[in-house]
Design a protein around this ligand. Structure first.
Ligand SMILES: [Fe+2]
Ligand SMILES: [Fe+2]
Length: 345
């Protein structure tokens, strides 16, 4: 924009002062309008684009200070210069603290006013550009963060799919695990961001099955004691695959991989952790994993209806499952059945 095409609003209750200022800015080629009091100035501002306000401080009715406060509030992009009497220095300085860009003391030289105007308009321009730049940067960062999350989610999904290829369990099992876990985490009062991370981490719980041999993984019948011992290694393997990551989600995935077969009473595997020594992510995943396993069909068993699964799971309250989490699960059982139905195999 041609700087001289910028428009100035002059507010002063003395017509003579308005005239002088008007003549100066006119000579400099600025567009301008005038108001004899603050009320009129506000009316003009409501309908007209103004870049710079030049306002007297001492006016009948609303003072220049009050006008300044209102204008900065309503129109943060307007630059303001105050015009003050000789004994008003203190007030003038106060207006600078309030956000005015400058002041001139009456009587003033034309030059003094011109320099003040040019400075104020220049500074206003810089501040507007600065803000725009900042807003651009912020939206750029947001966009990049979204892309990053998307590619992270994709990688995690691919990783859990790789594990499923080795397993009897279906792709839907890992998806459901994500949703159940997020839901139960939310019900247990965990912060929203953590719940979201858990949703992406839980599908990785069995990623360690990549390291278990086919003869065990795909065996249709019951496992022998030795085979079951070998199968247990999937927790440590999953943990080792994921633990070195610096990503929040993958670290949570590592924690869940390691602890989703621990039992509240301490007789689970691989570490035999008990009670709250089992991370809450693992305690939540344990409930969700058992529920989904019971209600899913496998080569070696039929699916059990949710209500029957619940009867079986009740036995594990306080022994297999954290009783507080389990009660939340039972209290909101229909939500979990809904997820089960929504992402059916
Ligand atoms: Fe597992
Ligand atoms: Fe599972």
């Amino acid at each position: 924009m041609d700087p001289k095409q910028q428009s100035i609003l002059i507010v002063d209750d003395e017509s003579q002062v308005r005239g002088v200022i008007g003549a100066i800015v006119n000579m400099e080629g600025y567009l301008y309008s005038m108001a004899e009091d603050a009320e009129t100035a506000l009316e003009i501002l409501a309908v007209q684009e103004v870049d710079l306000l030049i306002s007297d401080i001492n006016m009948k009715g609303m003072t220049g200070m009050e006008l300044l406060r209102l204008v900065l509030n309503r129109y943060p992009d307007i630059a303001v210069i105050m015009v003050t009497g000789i004994d008003d220095r203190e007030t003038a300085i106060e207006t600078l603290h309030m956000g005015a860009y400058g002041y001139v003391t009456k009587p003033f030289q034309a030059n003094e006013l011109i320099i003040n105007i040019a400075n104020a308009l220049r500074r206003r321009q810089l501040e507007i550009e600065n803000r725009r730049h900042r807003e651009n940067l912020e939206s750029l960062v947001e966009e990049r963060t979204r892309e990053l999350h998307k590619s992270r989610d994709e990688s995690i999904h691919i990783l859990s799919k790789a594990a499923e290829f080795r397993d009897n369990e279906t792709a839907k099992h890992t998806i459901r695990m994500g949703h159940y876990t997020e839901r139960l985490a939310f019900l247990s009062g965990l912060p929203e961001a953590l719940c979201q991370n858990l949703k992406h981490a839980a599908p990785l719980h069995d990623v360690g099955k990549i390291g278990i041999s086919d003869s065990i993984l795909l065996k249709p019948g019951k496992l022998t004691v030795e085979e079951f011992e070998a199968m247990k290694a999937h927790c440590e393997i999953g943990y080792r695959i994921l633990a070195e990551s610096t990503s929040d989600v993958l670290s949570l995935g590592a924690e869940i991989a390691l602890t989703h077969h621990e039992k509240f009473a301490g007789n689970g595997y691989p570490r035999g952790l008990a009670g709250e020594n089992i991370p809450i992510s693992g305690r939540i995943a344990a409930i969700c994993d058992v529920f989904d396993a019971l209600t899913s069909e496998r080569v070696y068993k039929k699916a059990i209806p949710p209500e029957e699964a619940l009867i079986i799971m009740n036995e594990g309250r306080g022994t297999h499952f954290d009783p507080r989490l389990y009660d939340l699960f039972v209290d909101h059982f229909p939500t979990f059945v809904q997820i089960r139905t929504k992402f059916a195999d």
